[in-house]
Design a protein around this ligand. Structure first.
Ligand code: HEM
Length: 431
């Protein structure tokens, strides 16, 4: 992407065999045109077509127009406000349990733990139960399913999704998909007979939800949305957390400032969950660390919109049938917007309003990530607990590279780190 931008400027086209031309943009004015443009012309659902085999045809990610608006409205409540904050206690419990298991004075890949934390958080919030046979089985199936789907970018290409016999990945993916579906449909049926008023989990809310015409979601819709949330809400957040840990360990001054903020806001305050939402809201420096990480290490480098009709964007006349891409990676590195773009400086985000067309790790416009507030809240809780409870140091032999993990960009090698032996004693007062 950087090579193309240097060679061709702000807008350029990538042509891949078997896919529509992909036109990259990184100029804030063009990004604004795309995010605020007519949604009948700029179709995000059609731009995400590649995800259909995993999420299903009813996923909010794949819909456009009126059906997309209906689905988004039905899904929104658990991801905002009071409802979302209710999940803070679960998030803290899960991260604390994970930290208890991190080895001491051994190199270990922290990404694996971040994945477990974010998967457990989304499973617990979607299903509302701690353990049990269904959840353990679903966890095992999902991990294998995502590992296989993410193992090769070629598997996302529709024409290659064929079952060529007993040992092919696509056959196994099909088997796993069927078993995951069976568990989800069983659970949907069980929820329909449960007392939904009593429950705060996302699934119960979807079963109880009614659209403007008073219609409930169908079982297929609920299935597709649950898979969407489990998948979209898990690896994305884990990878963003791993990048934040990497940046903190590479920048000791930033780490010290973040640690001091967490100690002063949470360390000396109440450890109960009743004040957690206010405490998390007070962590403005940690919030800036998360944003600066998302600026430099966006886990999704692009978002896409399929052009249904011809359109002029910036000074480019584009035909129907191409895909336009606000490029997160390139926009976040523009030197005319971000002085010293490669430097990691959380201060850029402290007490500053962010322009949504120069900084958009969660995409933009009507299609802005549905889980953005949830993911940010979760990341702040995970990092705050980590900063309070443990002292980590980088593996001295490690040099980071960006690698693809499913559809995200992740730090290589699972980000090896070492937990310092003295951390618990040093922080004993605040654990
Ligand atoms: C740090 C973590 C995350 C990042 C960086 C991220 C990023 C994104 C991006 C870039 C998009 C595309 C937006 C666009 O096309 O303009 C998106 C869409 C979406 N994300 Fe996230 N996401 C994260 C976490 C989550 C979580 C936790 C959930 C839910 C539990 C979630 C659910 C969704 C959904 C449902 C959409 C589709 C929205 C629509 O099409 O209307 N994401 N996300």
């Amino acid at each position: 992407m950087q090579g193309c931008a240097e060679a061709y400027g702000d807008a350029f086209t990538i042509r891949l065999i078997g896919a529509p031309p992909l036109v990259f943009f990184s100029q804030p004015a063009a990004i604004k045109e795309i995010f605020t443009g007519d949604h009948e012309t700029l179709r995000a659902g059609r731009g995400n077509e590649i995800l259909r085999p995993v999420f299903g045809p009813n996923s909010v990610l794949l819909l456009d127009g009126a059906r997309h608006r209906r689905e988004r409205k039905l899904l929104m409540p658990p991801f905002h406000g009071e409802r979302m904050r209710l999940y803070g206690g679960i998030m803290r419990e899960i991260v604390d349990r994970s930290i208890d298991d991190w080895p001491v004075e051994h190199v270990f890949p922290i990404h694996k733990h971040m994945q477990q934390i974010t998967l457990d958080i989304i499973l617990r919030t979607v299903f509302g139960v701690d353990e049990g046979e269904m959840l353990s089985r679903l966890r095992v199936l999902l991990v294998e399913f995502l590992r296989l789907v993410g193992s090769s970018p070629l598997l996302l290409i529709r024409r290659l999704q064929v079952n060529l016999g007993p040992f092919t990945a696509w056959k196994r993916i099909g088997e796993l998909g069927r078993e995951i579906n069976r568990l989800l449909y069983d659970e949907i049926a069980r929820r329909k007979t449960a007392d939904l008023e009593e429950r705060t989990d996302i699934m119960a809310m979807l079963v109880a939800a009614r659209d403007e015409d008073g219609q409930p979601m169908t079982d297929d819709e609920i299935r597709d949305e649950m898979i969407t949330m489990l998948v979209a809400g898990h690896e994305t957040t884990a990878t963003s957390l791993s990048w934040a840990v990497h940046r903190l360990l590479q920048n000791p001054d930033v780490l010290a400032t973040a640690q001091a903020e967490v100690a002063s806001v949470i360390g000396n305050g109440s450890q109960g969950s009743e004040h957690m939402a206010e405490q998390i809201a007070e962590l403005s420096y940690l919030d800036a660390v998360i944003k600066e990480t998302a600026r430099l290490d966006p886990i999704l480098p692009i978002v896409t919109r399929y052009l249904e009709t011809p359109m002029r964007i910036g000074d480019c006349d584009l035909p129907a049938g191409c895909v336009v891409s606000p490029c997160i990676y390139l926009t976040h590195r523009r030197s005319d917007v971000w002085p010293e773009p490669e430097a990691f400086k959380p201060e850029r985000f402290v007490d500053r309003r962010v322009d949504p067309y120069t900084f958009f790790p969660f995409g933009g416009g009507l299609r802005h990530c549905l889980g953005a507030a949830f993911a940010t809240y979760e990341m702040k809780i995970v990092l705050a607990r980590m900063l309070l409870r443990v002292v980590l140091r980088p593996d001295p032999s490690y040099t980071v590279r960006v690698v693809r993990r499913s559809i995200t960009f992740a730090p290589s090698g699972g980000l090896p780190v070492i937990r310092t032996a003295s951390d618990l004693q040093e922080h004993a007062g605040v654990v």
